[in-house]
Write a protein of this length. Structure first.
Ligand code: HEM
Length: 609
């Protein structure tokens, strides 16, 4: 009873309360409705955007968000090992994917690791894919008009002159003798000191010093002396390194921002200006001195060769600024590439003792052959023909470069003038044809002629593949505006100005290219009947391919083989236990923490050869 009475009272009271509150509540709810609807709408739009963006992952490999595009995924990827992240996306996408950057940025690009695309990009359509204005403008302060950023005639002239020089007997003799001097008078004594002291040494740093001194001798004919006992800091080397790093930062900064910073002389741009002053001071001083001594000199370095060149009127062919650019570019090309490749090679050997044994066997075979001819020297210096015979070592270095290419990713830009916009007349009811430069897939034909699919009159025109001809049936005739896009052999369409990133690191880790054991370090894959056999430059892209194939490739192999054999014959190189090894994010494949090693003389308690 009590309960029902109180219940009745509660009900009446609550009815009253509701009645009293109703007008206000109704008004409040009515007032809230637009907000509720806005909220619902926002939730619905967010869900739609999220579903749409995640669906893009299935279609394009990565979720693409409004405004920021695929940037969030890239930022997540950058937190770990970026090269492995790119490799994962490329493998999932079958070798190529299109990265969509945030709106109004120039981060859109096509990333590929497909050898067919590489051949198309680097050889077949070489003229359509220059380095491009974006790259050139970004590196101009450091590299000027030098070979790395140059295109067209400016590139061709330098390439031709440098190529003649690189292949001359004089130059080969000069590079070989400079290397003997550096390895035997500087590298080996520095390593001997480390071994005697029982101290760990950063082998990557030592090798960087070796190649820096070596390439300065080749370019400028001057030895800066970085590789010396005590490993001193050399102002020119420091300035060069700082200038390179500051230039790389520009690639990660919006163009308008770094330009403004340069105008104001602040931040990274200030560092760049200061270090460039150091580089220029050194370079112009060498150029001035070289010009003074030209007549007396019998030098074979690049600076001397380019300084001696004359135009049709007998005047010097190149200005001092251009000579500076040429030398700085060659130093950049030759400095970090072979040294970091050697560092990865020594690390791989440490993890693969059977490979090290085979390298040593080969070296000992060559030494034994020399002894058999009665040639016994106190200090063993390998001769060029002996270095040439080190085929297994050649394979072991190539295998290291396959897995850890010194240039892990590279870049090209589709030239705007490549795209052809043409008017084509098609007669009514007839078949229309246009000649295209490459019509190897139906999707390509659709892409070169999108207007042909639905014409202004609503008639349908279907392009069909017929060799190098695009053929379509046009209902009412009239003029067609045909824009020919570039299309990669794998069907990826490239619109004007598209940047293309080709991922050499990822290419070395593709089962489709190298087979199931692609992640294994196995030099034997390069040997046929015990002889080294090279691979297509579009499959093994460490040295680039086509007309811009690395100019220093032969020299680099010679340098790496000579240095590696000279070290390995004398020392067992062991990576310090627990030393972390990981790639650094830079233009070249540095080891982030260097390579700390200890050395033991081979004849002192070596367990192997
Ligand atoms: C393991 C050693 C090396 C590797 C992996 C390597 C790799 C490469 C790559 C990938 C390129 C193309 C770069 C681009 O166009 O963006 C290149 C170009 C070039 N390399 Fe090398 N390089 C090595 C050593 C050297 C050395 C020692 C020199 C010279 C002393 C050198 C001179 C050049 C030059 C001049 C170019 C520009 C060619 C052109 O644009 O026509 N390289 N190299």
């Amino acid at each position: 009873m009590t309960m029902s009475g109180s219940g009745a009272m509660d009900t009446a009271a609550s009815r009253n309360a509701t009645a009293a509150a109703a007008p206000g509540a109704a008004g409040g709810l009515a007032g809230l409705m637009p907000e509720v609807q806005t909220l619902e709408l926002l939730v619905a739009v967010s869900i739609f955007v999220a579903i749409h963006s995640l669906r893009q992952r299935r279609a394009q490999g990565l979720p693409a968000w409004p405004l920021v595009g695929m940037l969030p995924s890239l930022l997540l990827g950058l937190r770990g090992d970026m090269y492995e992240w790119i490799t994962g996306v490329l493998r999932a996408r079958g070798g190529t994917f299109t990265f969509r950057g945030p709106w109004l940025t120039n981060l859109h690009c096509v990333v590929t690791a497909d050898p067919r695309n590489l051949e198309h990009l680097l050889k077949t359509r070489f003229g359509s894919f220059p380095k491009g204005p974006y790259f050139r403008d970004t590196v101009r302060d450091l590299l000027g008009d030098g070979i790395f950023g140059a295109d067209d005639e400016v590139w061709r002239r330098q390439r031709k002159a440098a190529s003649l020089e690189f292949h001359s007997a004089e130059f080969r003799a000069f590079t070989a003798s400079s290397l003997v001097e550096l390895v035997h008078r500087r590298l080996l004594p520095v390593l001997a000191d480390a071994e005697a002291a029982g101290a760990a040494v950063d082998l990557q740093d030592v090798l960087l010093r070796l190649t820096f001194d070596n390439v300065c001798m080749i370019a400028f004919g001057v030895d800066p002396g970085c590789l010396r006992p005590g490993l001193p800091e050399i102002p020119f080397a420091r300035a060069f390194e700082d200038a390179t790093e500051a230039t790389i930062v520009r690639f990660l900064t919006p163009t308008a921002v770094w330009r403004a910073m340069r105008a104001l002389g602040v931040g990274n741009e200030r560092v760049l200006q200061r270090s460039l002053a150091g580089v220029d001071e050194f370079a112009y001083d060498v150029i001035r001195r070289r010009k003074e001594e030209l007549d007396a000199g019998r030098r074979s370095d690049l600076l001397t060769v380019f300084t001696k060149m004359r135009d049709e009127d007998g005047r010097p062919a190149y200005s001092d600024k251009f000579l500076r650019d040429i030398c700085v570019n060659f130093i950049l090309a030759g400095r970090d590439t072979s040294s970091v490749a050697l560092a990865w090679f020594f690390w791989l050997l440490g993890n693969n003792p059977a490979v090290e044994d085979r390298v040593l066997e080969e070296i000992e075979g060559i030494v034994a052959a020399r002894k058999a001819q009665g040639e016994v020297e106190e200090e063993l210096v390998f001769q060029p023909e002996e270095v040439k015979r080190m085929e297994y070592l050649h394979a072991a270095l190539s295998e290291a470069l396959r897995l850890y290419p010194s240039v892990p990713v590279d870049h090209k830009e589709l030239a705007l003038e490549t795209l052809q916009r043409q008017k084509h007349k098609v007669a009514a009811g007839k078949l229309g044809t246009i000649q295209t430069r490459q019509a190897d897939s139906a999707s390509h034909l659709h892409n070169i002629c999108p207007e042909a699919a639905t014409t202004s009159s609503g008639n349908v025109a279907w392009p069909m593949a017929m060799g190098n001809w695009a053929l379509w049936r046009e209902g009412d005739g009239g003029e067609q505006n045909v824009v020919e896009d570039e299309v990669f052999p794998d069907g990826t369409v490239l619109r004007k100005g598209t940047k293309v990133i080709y991922a050499m690191y990822a290419m070395g880790r593709m089962e489709s290219i190298w087979g199931d054991d692609c992640r294994e370090y196995r030099p034997e894959r390069w040997l046929r009947d015990g002889r080294f056999t090279s691979e297509s430059a579009y499959k093994f892209t460490a040295f680039n391919g086509g007309p811009r194939l690395c100019l220093g490739k032969d020299f680099a192999y010679y340098q790496m083989k000579f240095a590696a054999a000279s070290i390995l014959r004398r020392y067992r190189v062991r990576v310090v236990e627990g030393h972390p090894v990981a790639p650094k994010m830079a233009l070249t494949m540095y080891m982030k923490h260097g390579l700390k090693v200890t050395l033991a003389k081979r004849d002192k308690g070596s367990s192997r050869l």
